[in-house]
Design a protein around this ligand. Structure first.
Ligand SMILES: Cc1cc2nc3c(=O)[nH]c(=O)nc-3n(C[C@H](O)[C@H](O)[C@H](O)COP(=O)(O)O)c2cc1C
Length: 200
């Protein structure tokens, strides 16, 4: 698959995980990496360019930290402007149909916070539902999200494991070595699931 990574993080100097993940993804052959906040610091998105990029790829990866149970603001702006009627949806808006979408997110909250009886009262997939339904409305297949919980409280080994898993995930998807049938059975997945999901 031709992969487009749309990375959205407004405070990269304070990032411990996403910037390291992004650094690993940037240099991958066959993966187009876009740092939205660096391209559009004033939020004036070039809609034609973004739509062209979408059309040139098969899998759109949305990489971001969960901020206030949602995407960072520029990624919402990107959705509002780029996913136009007649392009992404509507009777003649079929340009994204058949593509795949994958959210790669990090959360401050722990896995147990993201539970019906946890502090956030919902599982993380439910907070990502607007993105899921947006992709679905546009005719895309929304894959279960790749999630890192407790991103601010990780020991070094767990952080490194996730940072290194990310490019492995992207290259497996790129090279058709990722078990899409298997991942569809999961609500979400993390770096510890990758061994099961990758084929040689
Ligand atoms: C403005 C702001 C809002 C946040 N909102 C949430 C939230 O709603 N849920 C959550 O689990 N973590 C939240 N966090 C924590 C971030 O998700 C966490 O710091 C990030 O995933 C860590 O990745 P990084 O080191 O790359 O920044 C928030 C952080 C900030 C700065």
């Amino acid at each position: 698959m031709r992969i487009l990574v749309l990375f959205a993080h407004p405070a990269q100097r304070k990032s411990s995980i996403n910037v390291a993940m992004a650094a690993n993804a940037k240099s991958l052959e066959g993966v187009t990496f876009v740092d939205l906040y660096s391209e559009y610091p004033r939020f004036s998105i070039d809609v034609d360019r973004e739509q062209r990029r979408l059309m040139e790829h098969d899998l759109i990866v949305f990489q971001f930290p969960v901020f206030w149970y949602s995407t960072p603001a520029l990624l919402k702006q990107w959705q509002d402007l780029v996913l136009e009627y007649g392009f992404a949806y509507g009777p003649n808006g079929k340009m994204l149909a058949g593509k795949h979408a994958l959210a790669c997110v990090t959360t401050g909250g722990s896995r147990s916070d993201y539970a019906e009886d946890g502090g956030n009262r919902r599982v993380v997939e439910q907070f990502l539902y607007p993105l899921e339904q947006t992709a679905t409305l546009c005719g895309m297949e929304y894959l279960p999200p790749f999630v890192l919980f407790s991103a601010n409280h990780l020991d070094d080994d767990s952080a490194q494991q996730h940072i290194h898993s990310y490019p492995r995930l992207l290259t497996a998807l790129r090279d058709d070595r990722f078990d899409l049938t298997g991942v569809r059975l999961l609500p979400s997945f993390g770096s510890s699931d990758l061994i099961e999901l990758m084929r040689d």
